[in-house]
Design a protein around this ligand. Sequence first.
Ligand code: PGA
Length: 257
Amino acid sequence: MRKKLVVANWKMHGNLSTNEALIKAYLERLSALSGVDVVACVPYPYLFQAQQLLKDTNIAWGAQNISKDEVGAFTGEVSTLMLKDFGARYVIIGHSERATAYCESDENIATKFIQAQKHGITPILCVGETLIEREAGVMQMVVAKQLDTIINTYGASVFAQAVVSYEPIWAIGTGLAASGEQAQSMHEFIRNKIAEQDMKAAQSLKILYGGSVNPQNAVQLFVMQDIDGGLIGKCSLNAKDFADICDAAAHSNVNAQ
Ligand code: PGA
């Protein structure tokens, strides 16, 4: 039913020459792989380079943020239409590294989500709790609130054309991934929450897991019923690791038709 999706989040890494080598190494390892959709979300200045190297391949590209506004006097911002100009098909929205460092509110994130969809770019909405919130047992409440801002403003049906990435903040870049069971339990919660209002959207929604995914833990995560792939930070900068993760996704495609 749902094809697996693996998204590379390069964050603020790379330059023209390392990017070229990395993309070529991705292509060498991944161009024959089917059963999984692969996306590279690159820093803005390298969108043109990604377009040049990835067009007509089986790897799509995208960005890591967008402006909530469409056009205008917003110094330093980049609009969805600009991403479209470079053939981007995906954009990461509300990553915790942005939400905390740049004080992004849930309202801003919701506006960006809709802005992306309006122009045919698939938003990858990041949600997740801190360690303190998990230890206090309020992780579902936290994630529900992050989703509610969008659901209450735009309705649950908008999730039919979106990706959600569950990213426990304590797992990002720490080497301490959630277990398959921990992640599955939150993914199921997210899908049920959308299903309460829109069953069809819930069934087609891809819910990725992000946070210290590596080739060793990828399989135990991707076999879970509601885990439809991953958002990969550190390991996406190593072509072999990234390809191994994509391979694990392709071969654990329990939900695919
Ligand atoms: P990580 O990053 O794989 O390096 O933990 C994941 C993310 O931030 O999406």
